[in-house]
Design a protein around this ligand. Sequence first.
Ligand SMILES: [Zn+2]
Length: 425
Amino acid sequence: MFDIRRFKIVLVMALLVTAGACAADVPEGSAGATTTYTDDAGLQAEARRIHDSVLIVDTHVDISRRFVVEVDPCGPTDWQVDVPKMVDGGMDVAFFIVYVGQGERTPEGHAAAKATALERFTAIRRMAEELCPDAIEIAYSTDDVARINAAGKRVAVIGMENGYMVGRDLSLLRQYHDLGARYLTLSHNGHNEISDSANPRSGEPESEHGGLSPFGEEVVREMNRLGMMVDVSHISGAAVLDAVRVSQSPVIASHSAVQGVVPIPRNLGDDQLRAIAAGGGVVQVVGLGAFVRLPEPEKVAALDALRAEVGIVGYADWQRLTDEERSEYRRRAAEIDERWPGGSVSDLVDHIDYAVDLIGIDHVGISSDFDGGGGVVGWENAAETLNVTLELVRRGYSESEIEQLWGGNLMRVWRENERLATAAR
Ligand SMILES: [Zn+2]
């Protein structure tokens, strides 16, 4: 018996534990301790060689409100991703995310979301254009990725998370694309004008549109015209199938694990995985502890008790806490996490194995959701990225398969989106 409602609460709590509070409240100081896998020297050397020779792409890295504004990501930070950690971990390309949490679905709410989005674009561009242009550069095309990588710099790409930022204004997609956005996650937690969410907010029905709304279908077609990838992470199962059906270009799931291993709504079902693959797309399996392994009942009970004591039911309660209350909560949650650790690199690769078995190596990739709730034991920050390659080598993946998983497939899908957009013009 799997109690979905209970698990939703657990999931929220697990996110709070591991990251402070998902992308809605980007965590500070959650970088975690460095974990080193020990294994035989030959395996390590082979993993190192492959890791250094293939393009390593992470399709989902959230940014803090303090990103660039208060803290310089070009130097060492207590975040899971900064430029030095990318260099240390051989992470060549990171999609930095313009994210806005969902508020009221009114003209005022949508205008505020747009204003926040524009600030986030500015922050990412300032990192690359002002703070450390010699170390990192923004790619606006697949050709840019190759050129910047060949020059020995880190590559930043801009993704957007939550179609709420589009409101009901289709013209904003072109504006966001002009600013550099190369994918848009159609929803976040809660239904919006575009799509049903896999995780409705409290008080919302399970489904509002039955998948994508008619406006959502227009959004997908406009994204196709622009060459902006459609991201189906976070949206409902029915909406995934709608997006694949409507989209002329292959779609991505920028940060999703699979229900075949952990059956929660936020993970992708087999039908969704097959549909994405049939459309030529790619599923970027996410290294987020609570998505890749179900927590022990004892851990759930301990988190429930802590939550009841503090009075947290949802994000709104979390936002009401003072800074002191939050840090005390995090301290105690970290103790629970230490006692019952979350998912590991091995759990993450179990999801990759499952997806590869079901839909084939051409349609699977990897993402972290760092600084937005992501991280697993062994891959807790960008500096530890080699550990994922090590586990892939240990499981018998070949160099060419690892190249596909770490970015080859994603780059193929992005190129196809570019090609079809150009052809349509
Ligand atoms: Zn997300």
